[in-house]
Ligand binder design. Structure first.
Ligand SMILES: Cc1cc2nc3c(=O)[nH]c(=O)nc-3n(C[C@H](O)[C@H](O)[C@H](O)COP(=O)(O)OP(=O)(O)OC[C@H]3O[C@@H](n4cnc5c(N)ncnc54)[C@H](O)[C@@H]3O)c2cc1C
Length: 398
């Protein structure tokens, strides 16, 4: 059901109102130095196919790039403070942050990589422990250490939280601070030379703007193309499986990643798992079929080998979502286009966009308000690297 905007012109138009669009809207509206108007245009208020709604909703500081580590450290603190920060009329949304950590397991070769990443993580203030197999099984006795040389475990700032909660919290607070949301689809971006001047909606309305922010998720490249711009981002399917295990694992159970890429974490009294698929083609926007064979052939055999208790498990739920996958380097593209400088990208999160929303929303609001980053310099994620075909690789991708 299309809804209409109350004005014909806004300072900032945000295309896509899920977690990144709403975080950007919140940080703008909450900044006393920003006095403009903000319109968020979202094509589907159920958010049913958004990555935000289909996410496995976890946060980690175990990245290879300092900027991603810093982004998540800020994100974790923000998630803890969320109830106070997002309070509206006494309602304080708690994101039920389960700070159980991530446990990366590695064979001999992988362990050398983990050691290198571990040093980068320590250098950037992350609290991560490097363990050989003896320490590993002492702490996590349910792990079968065959073929392992060790692992790394995040003691702090890692775990999982409520995905709908973070989106709704940002959205509700942004609206309370004066941001306008409409349910409508952007079908055309209006451009005059090196400036975007507005958008046309599916309802036929035209809305003018000074700045456009592209937070359209997997449809981000589509919105960019409407302005004659390109980004190397594709929808990639990820199937997730919720399973029950007769013998619950004892103690603290982190989000655990096998060297094969198969991962799992607790989900209440159940578990949630999946894998980084070996074959990973671009998929159609509306193809959300779950790849059940992936569980039978790739996920379950590894789970059963790595955690003997998982030999007897039963899948009780499953779904598929789409990563907005940056094929250049698995990292987000954030900030202005190099020529069309009032078109801001916020795309290509490649599976870590939920945890990054607080830092990215804050960064975009600073760019819009001050013309520069004031807190965390997000320029390593800028669009320039796309033009120069200069990958900024993130090695630690799940
Ligand atoms: C299975 C899966 C697991 C994941 N696990 C994690 C994880 O553990 N941790 C993590 O940090 N991240 C994870 N991610 C990634 C994370 O969920 C996404 O990066 C993040 O949610 C992206 O948010 P977004 O707001 O940028 O995009 P989206 O959530 O995709 O939202 C984009 C919105 O734009 C709207 N839109 C599109 N085109 C238009 C248009 N033309 N006009 C108006 N509106 C439009 C869409 O309807 C949609 O609501 C996962 C993703 C998936 C799919």
């Amino acid at each position: 059901m299309a809804s209409t905007a109350t004005k014909q012109h806004y300072d900032v138009v945000i295309v896509g109102g899920a977690v990144n669009g709403s975080a950007t809207a919140y940080f703008l509206a909450n900044n006393p130095d920003f006095t403009g108007s903000v319109l968020v245009i979202e094509r589907d208020w159920t958010y049913a196919q958004s990555a935000t709604a289909l996410s496995s909703s976890s946060i980690r500081v175990q990245f290879s790039n300092p900027i991603n580590i810093q982004i998540s450290r800020f994100g974790a603190q923000f998630i803890r403070d969320f109830p106070q920060l997002m309070e509206v009329n006494g309602d304080k949304p708690d994101l039920a942050f389960k700070e159980n950590g991530y446990l990366f397991l590695a064979d001999q070769i992988g362990f050398e990589v983990l050691k290198r990443l571990h040093q980068t993580q320590l250098d950037n203030g992350a609290d991560v422990t490097l363990m050989g197999t003896d320490a590993l099984i002492q702490r996590f006795p349910w792990v079968n250490p065959d073929n392992l040389a060790g692992g790394t475990y995040g003691e702090r700032d890692e775990g999982w939280f409520d995905n709908y909660g973070i989106m709704n919290g940002f959205r509700k607070k942004a609206r309370a601070l004066g941001v306008e949301y409409i349910e409508n689809e952007v079908v055309e971006v209006l451009r005059k030379g090196d400036r975007v001047t507005g958008v046309t909606l599916a309802s036929g309305e035209r809305i003018g703007c000074e700045t456009l922010v592209n937070t359209a998720g997997t449809r981000g490249p589509q919105v960019a193309r409407m302005a004659g711009l390109q980004i190397p981002v594709e929808p990639r399917r990820r199937s997730l499986f919720v399973f029950a295990c007769h013998t619950p694992l004892p103690g603290v159970v982190p989000l655990t990643i096998d060297p094969t890429g198969v991962f799992f974490r607790p989900e209440g009294h159940l578990y949630l798992g999946g894998t980084y698929p070996k074959v990973d083609p671009e998929v159609a926007f509306d193809d959300f079929d779950v790849l059940h064979d992936e569980f039978e052939e790739e996920v379950w055999p590894i789970l059963a080998e790595r955690v003997p208790a998982f030999e007897a498990i039963k899948v009780v739920n499953s779904w598929a979502g789409h990563y907005d996958f940056c094929v250049l380097d698995h990292n987000a593209i954030v900030g202005p286009h190099s020529e069309v400088s009032n078109f801001l990208f916020c795309n290509g999160f490649s599976g870590h966009g939920l945890q990054q929303a607080p830092a990215i929303g804050r960064g975009l609001s600073e760019l819009i308000t001050y013309g520069e980053y004031r807190s965390l310099d997000l320029s390593p994620l800028s669009y320039e690297r796309v033009v120069e075909n200069r990958p900024f690789l993130e090695d630690s991708v799940i």
